[in-house]
Design a protein around this ligand. Sequence first.
Ligand code: FAD
Length: 446
Amino acid sequence: MKTDYLIVGAGVSGLTAALTIKSVHADANITLLDAASEPGGLLRSVGFDEHPSLHFDLGTHIPELTSNQALNALVFPEEVIKHWQRLSELKVGNFFNGQLNQQSQFLNVSKDESIFCQALVELLQTQPSEMADYLNLEEFLIARYGQALTQQVFKPLIFKMTAVELKELVPQTINFYGLARIALGNRQIGLNLKQIPHLDQALAFNQDSERPRQSTWVYPGEQGVGEWVKTLYQQCLDKNVKFEFNQRLEQTVKLRDGYEIRLISGDQITADKLIWTLPFYTGLSGGQQTRFVSRSIAIYHFTSQYAPNTACHYIYCQQAAFHSYRLTFYDNVAPKNATQPYRTTVEVIYDGEKPEPKIIQQELVEMGLFSSPESIQVAGITTVPYGFPVPVVAQQQIQHSLFKEVAIQNPDVVFTGRGKPGLFFTTDVLLDVYQQTSKLASVKGG
Ligand SMILES: Cc1cc2nc3c(=O)[nH]c(=O)nc-3n(C[C@H](O)[C@H](O)[C@H](O)COP(=O)(O)OP(=O)(O)OC[C@H]3O[C@@H](n4cnc5c(N)ncnc54)[C@H](O)[C@@H]3O)c2cc1C
C-alpha cells in the first residue's frame, strides 16, 4: 500500500494531524495506523453492561478551546459544538486536611496554624525563583515556598501521586496534580501577598473565580468526551482519510524519498511523510524498547440515585492517606437526563494491586460527597496501565537524548502529541500538532 502521509497513532493528535493536512491539501492521501480497534487513545468514553447507555470518560476530559481560531474551526467546528455544553469557568475544588474546599482547586494551608505561621515567615524570605534554574523539585519548592510547605505539605502529596521522593523529580512535576500554586491566609492576606511579583507566581487566589482568566470549555454531554473523538473520526472518514486499526508497526526503513513501514502483520506501507504521535519510538531507527517510570491509573465509575454534595465539575483529593486523586462529576458539567442516575468518576494512581472499590466509596463518603457507601454503586472500572508519566530527573536526561538521537536518525519524521517529550495536556498537544502538521503540509511537495 502507498500513502502520502502515514500517521502513527489515531488518538486526538493523529486525528487532528489528519484534519490539519486535509485543510491544506484536500486531496492528500492519508492513512492512520493504530494498535487499538478504535480511535481516540486516552480520550474515550466507556459504557458498561448494566448501563450501556451511560457513558464515563477515562479521567477528567473537559476540552478547552485553544488560542488558535483556525485550529478550533477544525477540531471544534461550530455546527458540532453548538449542541454541546459550553462553560466559561471550570469549578474545581479540593479536599485537604479533612476539609472540602469548593472554592478553589488549590489547597489552603491556613487552617493549620503551626504550618501557616512558619510558612508565612519562610515565604516572605524567599527570592524570585525560575523553575529552569533548579535541578530537582525539592530544590525548587524550597526556593519558592520554604522548608515547611515543602516538607510538610508538598512532600507527602507528591509522593502519593508519584511514589518518588521530591529530589528525584524534575521541577516541572509540580504543574501536574493540581499543586502548581498554594493559597495562604485569608482572602486579604492572599491578595496582599500577591502584590509581591514573585509571590504572585507561587500563590493562588483563595477563590478560583477571582482568577483573571478567559477561556471556554466545551463538553458533548451524555455521550462523554468520546463523542468529540467520534466527530473528529467521522470528519476524517468524510474526507477519505484511511484507518488501519489493530495494527502495530514493526520497523520503518528510510527510503531515498519517504519511508517503508513494515507492520507486525507482515503488511507493508510506503509513505512520503511520517507523523509519529506515540510516547515511544519502537520501530524507528535508533528507537529502542525503553520503559520510563510511569504509574497505572485505575478509573472507578460510580452511579448514584442521589446528587453528589457539590456543584464542582471536578475535585482534587489532596489527602495523602486517601487513594482517590481526582473526581469528576459529569452531571455538574452537563445536565443529566432525568431518568438516569448521577455519574461520578474517580481516578486513582497506583502500582501493583488497585484498591478495592469499597475503599474508594468510603473515601467519597469521608469527603462529604455522598451520605453512605451504599448510596453509590460501582458501574465499572477501567485501567490505564503506565498511563501517568513520572518525570524522574535521571530518566528525563536519557529520554531527551534518546529523543534527540531518534530525531537525528529520522530527520523527516514529525514528532508530536505524546510522542514529543514534555507534551501531555490536550490543549498543548493540539497546538503543537496543528503547528507542526500545517507547516509540513505547506512545504513544497508536502
Ligand atoms: C487518566 C488521564 C487523565 C488525563 N487528564 C487530562 C486532563 O485533565 N487535561 C488534559 O489536558 N489532559 C489530560 N490527560 C492527557 C490527555 O489524555 C492527552 O493529552 C491526550 O490523550 C494525548 O493524545 P495523543 O493522541 O497524543 O495520545 P494518546 O491519546 O495516548 O493516543 C495514542 C494512540 O496511539 C495508539 N498506540 C499505542 N501504541 C501503539 C503502537 N505500538 N502502534 C500503533 N498505535 C499505538 C493508541 O492506541 C492511541 O490511540 C489525561 C491523561 C490520562 C491518562
